[in-house]
Design a binder for this molecule. Structure first.
Ligand code: DC
Length: 225
């Protein structure tokens, strides 16, 4: 079985790249950020404050969170289908509120422990390409290939802004750049498992590269695993 770990900051293109590599290699794509977003949604729906670590961890532990490649009508531009207790929440977790909520719930060690366990269980059953922030050093420390995917801040903001325009979401470049800076501060500043590059990881700076270029590079290495 193959395990490919991708870590990196918001807007580096982890999701798009991982999804395409997964298709080319015929393995499962696991978006761990989607699971933290699902945790934020679960907390909100239960009326639990994002700061209530113990209750959120318990609710998330009890929830059934499934990830799968979009099938049939689910192919509506999403990268992955997310099912929480049999409900499709794939788009409900993509709002600005859930972006911020997920940054809050992901601070809690107990919530992380519950989700890391679910992620490890997924990777036991099949070959995976898993992306997030702590994959190489926490979730899959034995991964065959560890990638740290990044791009400079301006480029990440440009990509995100373009993606929002394509989806008809109104914003400005300046707002998107500010949001990227805020989310970087949360990711790098987290007390538990902050974003970092592990020793031996492959640093892939995608500034100025096309998606296809990045995917080709990874697939070439992935095929030799
Ligand atoms: O990649 P994303 O924006 O969907 O991630 C949502 C939030 O979850 C973000 O605040 C970072 C956090 N996260 C994390 O702490 N650990 C992961 N493995 C993945 C995401």
């Amino acid at each position: 079985m193959v395990q490919i770990a991708i870590d990196g900051p918001v807007g580096a293109g982890k999701g798009t790249v991982a999804r395409l590599v997964a298709e080319r290699l015929g393995i499962l794509y696991v978006d761990t950020g989607a699971m933290y977003r699902a945790a934020a949604l679960i907390a909100k729906r239960a009326g639990v404050s994002g700061e209530d670590e113990v209750r959120i961890a318990k609710l998330v532990d009890q929830a059934k969170i499934e990830l799968r490649q979009p099938q049939g009508e689910e192919r509506d531009g999403r990268l992955i289908t997310v099912i929480v207790d049999n409900e499709d929440v794939s788009w409900k977790i993509r709002t600005e509120e859930m972006s911020q909520g997920s940054a809050v719930v992901s601070k809690h060690p107990q919530v992380r422990a519950v989700l890391v366990q679910k992620q490890q269980t997924m990777a036991k059953k099949q070959s995976v390409i898993m992306e997030g922030r702590d994959i190489a050093y926490r979730v899959l420390p034995e991964a065959n290939l560890k990638i740290y995917l990044t791009a400079d801040e301006q480029e990440r903001a440009r990509r995100r802004f373009k993606q929002m325009q394509e989806r008809g979401i109104e914003s400005t470049f300046e707002k998107v750049l500010l949001d990227i800076k805020w989310r970087d501060a949360q990711d790098f500043g987290r007390k538990t498992d902050p974003l970092k590059m592990v020793k031996g990881a492959w640093l892939l700076d995608t500034t100025g590269m096309t998606i296809e270029g990045v995917v080709d590079k990874i697939v070439r290495r992935g095929k030799n695993l």
